[in-house]
Ligand binder design. Structure first.
Ligand SMILES: [Zn+2]
Length: 346
């Protein structure tokens, strides 16, 4: 597995694997395809230009199938353009489901579960009317069914990051729009209970903070969920345990640190899979897959002075460390943190 995963990269040995379908019988190729996560797909897309084009098309097909039922009136393109303009992202179960179910054939399913609703995180609206909520109501026929100042759904304490949650419903389709207290939509996602859900789909691409773990259906507990002032137990509180159980049931092996997996060795505070390493959303351990647009100038919201090409349109780069108990029991517990820092010019 390459350390830095970007579409367009070649595998470490520099060889081109060719198209799977040209090497294997169709049934065997279909079996291989069905086992690939999006992380594998992105690596596969890096093996040749033909494979890159195939992967681009497959991701688009998979994304259309996932989102179209929610935005059947205006369509996926318009909705993604709106997400991009508003610097909003889809996260939670839907983003995870997409990471796992996106396939070369554009098929969905096969995970034994599916996202019940769509969670959208949008930057602080400064009490103006949310364009996303406005669009979903006016164009897509949703109705506002609930508006709370505390988070819904996962029952997980997201601290003060979330200012308001608006639940919209149209028939069996439910959309929760989380309005942040900060000018960026993504800091709350770093506080999710475990690494398998630290992902997002923006209007411009897909971001995964721990792709190597995700591709093995592994994850780390995020101590940020239970080191808040009101939580001081050694174990995660009941609501976080319930969330974690849901992901255990979905086949994830979630532990405190990589040393908990037998035979797994890592360099503490340096490996991108160590909870004590200081990570950033543009470092070598992340995966960002940028969607190809027919017209690159459409749908990308530019902030003045920001040359936007990263996984989230912002003046700032997000840094974090999950922290928590030492991996080898020889060091002190480290405190988790999240911070924004402007990208250095040099
Ligand atoms: Zn470690």
């Amino acid at each position: 597995m390459v350390e830095k995963i970007r579409c367009g990269d070649s595998l470490q040995d520099g060889t081109s694997q060719g198209r799977i379908s040209q090497i294997l019988p169709l049934e065997m190729a279909a079996k291989v395809w069905s086992e690939l996560t999006i992380v594998d797909l992105v690596v596969y897309g890096g093996t040749s230009k033909a494979n890159y084009m195939t992967v681009q098309a497959s991701i688009k097909t998979s994304l259309d199938r996932l989102l179209l039922p929610f935005v059947r009136s205006g369509g996926v393109c318009q909705f993604m353009g709106l997400l991009s303009m508003e610097r909003a992202v889809i996260s939670g179960s839907m983003a995870l489901f997409f990471m796992l179910s996106c396939s070369l054939t554009g098929a969905q399913g096969g995970q034994g579960w599916g996202p019940a609703d769509m969670d959208i995180y949008e930057p602080n609206d400064e009490d103006k009317h949310s364009k996303i909520i406005g669009y979903l109501i006016a164009e897509e026929g949703y109705k506002e069914v609930e508006c709370k100042v505390s988070p819904l759904g996962e029952g997980y304490n997201l601290h003060s990051q979330i200012k308001k949650v608006t639940r919209l419903r149209r028939g069996r389709y439910v959309v929760d729009v989380m309005n942040m207290s900060s000018p960026d939509a993504i800091a709350a996602i770093m506080r999710f209970h475990s690494t398998p859900v630290i992902n997002w789909i923006s209007g411009d691409g897909l971001f995964c903070a721990y792709p190597q773990l995700l591709s093995k259906k592994r994850g780390l507990i995020n101590p940020m969920g239970f080191t808040l002032p009101k939580f001081s137990p050694k174990l995660p509180p009941a609501n976080v345990r319930a969330c974690l159980k849901k992901y255990y049931d979905r086949g994830f092996d979630i532990r405190r640190n990589p040393s908990c997996w037998p035979g797994e060795k890592h360099v503490c505070t340096s490996s991108t899979n160590c909870p004590h390493t200081i990570r950033s959303m543009v470092d070598q351990g992340t995966m960002y897959y940028r969607f190809k647009k027919p017209d690159e100038s459409v749908g990308i919201h530019m902030i003045e002075g920001v040359d936007y090409k990263g996984p989230y349109c912002s003046r700032y780069i997000l840094y974090w460390s999950l922290g928590g108990p030492s991996c080898d029991q020889k060091h002190r517990v480290s405190r988790p943190f999240i911070m924004h820092r402007e990208e250095a010019d040099d």
